[in-house]
Design a protein around this ligand. Structure first.
Ligand code: SF4
Length: 150
């Protein structure tokens, strides 16, 4: 009951619940949120009433989709698919080399326009810039888009 009251915005005195102001990372709107955590685990998200982009509102993703953070299936290491058709844990060096080889193989076999890049709506502008540079300068195609339509 006490935790429920805390989550509804009542004071978090002596509850062990910590509020951390941040920005939702799901899309480019940039809603301000307060992450509620206890014992290093996220237990809830509150919309920031003074958030300039959201004024106390959140969409369903920003409000409720935080369980992935502690989910046991979350990927924590790079994986590559080997000859047996299964994914295996590997180093970042090998994973990046496999990805680079894959791009080059597709380009050589099907041509540069067979490469298509899709940047995440969760990335900052600078990363989006690098992604389009990677596709345009690296492969010579304008096949680049993003998923910023939340
Ligand atoms: S609109 Fe939803 S997904 Fe986008 S920043 Fe706001 S809460 Fe997050």
């Amino acid at each position: 009951m006490a935790l429920l009251q805390e989550l509804r915005g009542l004071p978090l005195i002596n509850s062990g619940v910590k509020k951390t102001r941040t920005v939702c990372g799901y899309c480019g709107v940039g809603c301000s949120v307060d992450i509620l955590s206890k014992d290093d685990r996220i237990i809830g998200v509150q919309p920031a009433m003074d958030g300039p982009a959201n004024l106390g509102a959140l969409c369903v993703k920003g409000q409720f989709a935080y369980d992935y953070v502690h989910h046991p299936d979350r990927l924590t290491k790079p994986l590559v698919r080997r000859e047996d058709g299964k994914l295996h844990e590997t180093t970042w060096e090998e994973a990046l080399q496999v990805a680079a080889d894959g791009f080059r193989n597709v380009e050589q076999k099907y041509g540069r326009h067979a490469i298509y890049g899709v940047s995440s709506g969760r990335t900052p502008t600078e990363a989006d810039y690098l992604m389009q540079k990677f596709i345009r300068a690296g492969f010579g195609t304008h096949n680049i888009d993003n998923c910023s339509r939340a």
